[in-house]
Design a protein around this ligand. Structure first.
Ligand code: ADP
Ligand code: MG
Length: 683
């Protein structure tokens, strides 16, 4: 029977509800999902050897007949199945553990192909002989799936073996007929790409390495091309003319700031200014390392909007951060006669009422808050500018919702997550980008060290010394409670707090993590800011945006558990004041990759450099896999490796769009927009 791509998994032979549920676990619901479940790796088993050609210690494939059904014996609870396999050149011993059913499924009359790693053993009655433990096997035929070819290896789950997956995918490919090709014809022809049908078949069961490369090229191109096309059309949709030109000048505000702008800040503000004045809606990303002074750009933009008669709102991902913004905006705006209103979930009812009323009447011109700003009961009088800070913490929808709170609303997005420049330009193709790549003057680089836990006592003593000087310290642990995440060796906030508290006496140490009530978190952060609390042990809740210039030490425990971008963010919490600051990373991890990562931290304070390193060391799988970056996960493309294809895809997407897209009446573009929004691409 013919299989449709939209058919559920149960349409396949031998897939019932129970097995379908296993597939659901790995995100496969339909035949289309199954065919789109590309291999994560391949095993080249195209060379089938004779037994005499096998060498110990490496995985190899050979062909032979067993001399009799496997014999089952028991060692304690463990069953052992043993058999001998022969060809015309020799004999080899096979063992399997806990697979007693093999007795019935391996037949002496049948020829098999086995894959595994042989080792040289002394066997009673046989002398020295090669033995293979738990080999993969398949009955020999012209058209095998697990041997005699390049064999796909899939991401799978317990109970869904590689063999089963291969079999089901093969069956689906055989039964579903040729796959339709919806990629832009012009690209397929001028780049000499395989058809979609050939590509999908070869990505699962490549005939040769060359066939695999060609299949991959086609599928990577397709994935990136659609992404680029979608970004372009999003950008297009957003470049709506603004009916309202904001031509006010930010000079008055800038003159009142207690510092001179850095060159990079001035440039970013100029770019924002010309956007607001352009007659089109602004859609700009400001990227700048922690402490580079993005807030000043946000203030300038807000001031222009307010002076032009519109409301400005800034949304922060956490209440602590929102309060901090509220404080600095109040400080800057009050002398200019502008009151800054605050809105957050935990606010006292009366204060909240007052803010809501003021936002509705238009009395509130500058509004700072959390996602409370986008709740249904918030009505804006004439919202003209929306700023989101640390955008990667917000979903696309949340930002979009805030923008929907007014008509022709300009958007400014600020992020401290440094994304490698080359990639940012392509990935944020729909946003204009300003980069603040210069630190305010007088900032000293943070001295960074990587030590093992043998140094912990000395570091603690060092922390105490800093506290005695009147400075403050952060300590970051990866877990909240002991034994969390099934890992006994992880330092936890609770346990660490108990140990360090006594040591630091008479100084005040508190703990901070996501399980605490908001009021308690606020109380602790407030205490830390005013130096009533001298040190805090925390999880990464302190990562984003906290500004306490008096803190001079950042101690990170189990530093190997954090990515470079995250470590850099944590380090950015110190080095904000006049005193020399230190970042100490404690890690006993011996792995080369984590060592290189921590070494990079000790060598550089430059977030952009570190993001490039992160990309190189961990690969984009990890770098981009983290949804916090707001970048979609790719099924097959690997941005680091496929940068050239990405550029090509971008070129072709631009061309396709100029020529009126493809498909009837631009329907494909609309379809893409929704799929891109789902994927979480930054608007
Ligand atoms: P971030 O980019 O991390 O949001 P902030 O805007 O919070 O950085 O700025 C960090 C600190 O640097 C703040 O205390 C701010 O007042 C100060 N600052 C910002 N710009 C300058 C400047 N041009 N000169 C001196 N200090 C500055
Ligand atoms: Mg900030």
């Amino acid at each position: 029977m013919h299989l449709k791509l939209s058919d559920p998994m149960t349409a396949l032979h031998s897939v019932g509800e129970a097995r379908a549920a296993l597939f659901h676990k790995i995100g496969i619901f339909t035949v289309q999902d199954l065919l789109g479940h590309f291999p994560r790796d391949y095993d080249d088993r195209s060379l089938v050897k004779k037994i005499s050609e096998l060498v110990p210690g490496i995985p190899q494939t050979f062909r032979g007949c067993i001399s009799g059904a496997p014999e089952i014996s028991f060692s304690g609870k463990r069953s052992i199945a043993k058999a001998f396999v022969k060809d015309e050149t020799g004999t080899l011993s096979l063992v399997w553990f806990n697979q007693p059913y093999l007795k019935g499924s391996l037949k002496a009359s049948q020829e098999y192909v086995f894959t595994g790693t042989p080792t040289l053993k002394s066997l009673k009655g046989h002398g020295r002989m090669l033995e293979m433990a738990s080999p993969d096997f398949e009955a020999f035929s012209e058209n095998m799936l697990s041997a005699g070819r390049i064999v796909p290896i899939y991401k799978s789950t317990y109970k869904l073996s590689q063999k089963l997956l291969r079999g089901f995918i093969k069956a689906a490919l055989e039964r579903c007929g040729p796959l339709a090709d919806d990629l832009w014809k012009c690209a397929v022809i001028s780049l000499g790409l395989l058809s979609r049908d050939e590509a999908v078949r070869n990505i699962h069961f490549p005939q040769s390495e060359e066939a695999f490369m060609k299949a991959r090229l086609r599928l990577v191109f397709e994935e990136l091309f659609f992404m680029q096309l979608a970004l372009l059309s999003l950008k297009d949709g957003l470049k709506k003319p603004s009916s309202f030109i904001m031509s006010a000048s930010p000079e008055k505000l800038l003159a009142s700031l207690p510092f001179e702008l850095t060159g990079a800040q001035a440039r970013a503000i100029d770019e924002i200014r010309s956007d607001l004045n352009s007659g089109s809606l602004m859609n700009r990303l400001v990227q700048g390392d922690v402490g580079s002074g993005k807030t000043a750009a946000a203030m300038a933009a807000s001031f222009i909007a307010i002076e032009s008669g519109r409301q400005a709102a800034i949304m922060a991902p956490t209440e602590t951060l929102a309060r901090q913004h509220h404080e600095s905006f109040s400080k800057a705006f009050e002398p200019l006669g502008i009151e800054t209103f605050f809105l957050a979930g935990s606010q006292a009812a009366a204060e909240k009422r007052r803010s809501l009323d003021a936002i509705r009447s238009g009395e509130a011109q500058m509004i700072v808050g959390t996602h409370a700003l986008i709740q249904r009961d918030v009505f804006y009088r004439n919202l003209g500018l929306v700023i989101t800070d640390e955008q990667h913490r917000f979903g696309v929808n949340q930002r979009f919702n805030l923008q929907q709170k007014g008509e022709s609303v300009h958007t400014l997005v600020m992020t401290a997550t440094p994304i490698p420049r080359t990639l940012a330009l392509i990935l944020y193709g729909d946003l204009d980008i300003s980069i603040i790549d210069e630190m305010p003057p007088g900032r000293q680089p943070v001295d960074t060290f990587h030590v093992t836990s043998a140094y912990r006592q000395r570091i603690w003593a060092f922390i105490k010394k800093e506290l005695e000087k009147g400075n403050q310290a952060y300590i970051v642990c990866p877990a909240i409670e002991e034994g969390e995440k099934g890992c006994a060796t992880l330092q936890s906030v609770e346990k660490y707090y108990e140990d360090l508290k006594l040591f630091l006496h008479p100084f005040t140490l508190r703990r901070l993590h996501g399980k605490l009530k908001q009021t308690e978190k606020d109380e602790i952060m407030g205490g830390f800011k005013s130096n009533r609390i001298h040190a805090i042990v925390a999880t990464t809740v302190i990562e984003v945006g906290i500004n306490v210039p008096n803190a001079t030490i950042m101690l990170v425990e189990n530093a190997e558990r954090f990515g470079l971008a995250q470590l850099h963010q944590l380090r950015g919490r110190v080095g904000r004041g006049k005193d020399k600051s230190y970042c100490v990373m404690i890690s006993d991890a011996a792995g080369k990759a984590s060592k290189e990562r921590l070494d990079a931290m000790t060598k550089s304070n430059d977030g952009f450099y570190l993001s490039e390193m992160d990309l190189k060391l961990r690969g984009p799988g990890d770098f981009f896999g983290a949804s916090q970056h707001g970048i979609p996960e790719f099924k097959i493309a690997n941005l680091y490796q496929d940068l050239d294809i990405l550029k090509l895809a971008q070129e072709f997407a631009i061309k396709a769009k100029e020529e009126g897209g493809f498909g009837a009446d631009g329907q494909i573009l609309r379809l893409l927009e929704s799929s891109v929004a789902d994927a979480g691409i930054v608007l």
